[in-house]
Design a protein around this ligand. Structure first.
Ligand code: PNS
Length: 166
């Protein structure tokens, strides 16, 4: 039977750390559904549609990867999609407490879905969407930390596009 994992998140925006987790996940699972949470309560820099497009481009439209949007409970979405696992990336100890809480709550809500943690590559350990946005908002160079389309979109958002970038 095909084993599908859900890789959920805000992905505002997707980083090279996220791409790395998807690539690692594909060594374990047959299919990965990257699921973007539609969360009206949380203000985002990019719309869900922009985030979806950036992920699609960054993952080169790999046929074993699907990009989707979900709302409501993650475990309900995972069940609907016949997923056996929720995939989450772990960078450092600082991620642990929140991830532990999330995984245990999800297990309480649905015992059939396992959470699988993968370590990001060492080179992405300090990268998060938030720190990338902060650096980009002040014109910091974030090339090489995010896929090229994300770098371009961030520069556009914050008004730092220069002719050499186009
Ligand atoms: O990228 P993020 O913000 O760390 O992702 C968090 C996410 C989307 C995985 C989490 O907030 C989530 O699953 N939200 C949906 C509601 C839900 O099921 N919450 C967990 C149990 S209450």
């Amino acid at each position: 039977m095909e084993k599908t994992a859900i890789y959920p998140g805000s992905f505002d925006p997707v980083t090279n750390g996220h791409v790395d987790i998807v690539e690692r996940g594909l060594n374990i699972f047959d299919k990965i559904i990257v699921a973007i949470l539609r969360n009206p309560a949380k203000e985002a820099l990019f719309t869900v549609e922009e985030r979806k497009e950036m992920i699609e481009t960054s993952l080169n439209r790999n046929s074993n990867v699907e990009i989707d949007v979900f709302d409501g409970l993650l475990v309900d979405y995972a069940k609907k999609r016949n997923a056996v696992a929720i995939l989450r990336g772990m960078r450092a100890v600082s991620d642990f407490e929140y991830e532990f809480q999330l995984a245990l709550m999800n297990r309480k809500l649905n015992r059939e879905i396992q959470t699988v943690f993968l370590m990001t590559g060492l080179r992405w350990i300090f990268i998060s969407s938030s720190i990338i946005k902060e650096a980009a908002s002040f014109g910091g160079n974030i090339n090489g930390m995010v896929p090229p389309i994300v770098s371009r979109k961030l520069k556009e958002k914050f008004g730092f596009i220069t002719p050499s970038d186009e």
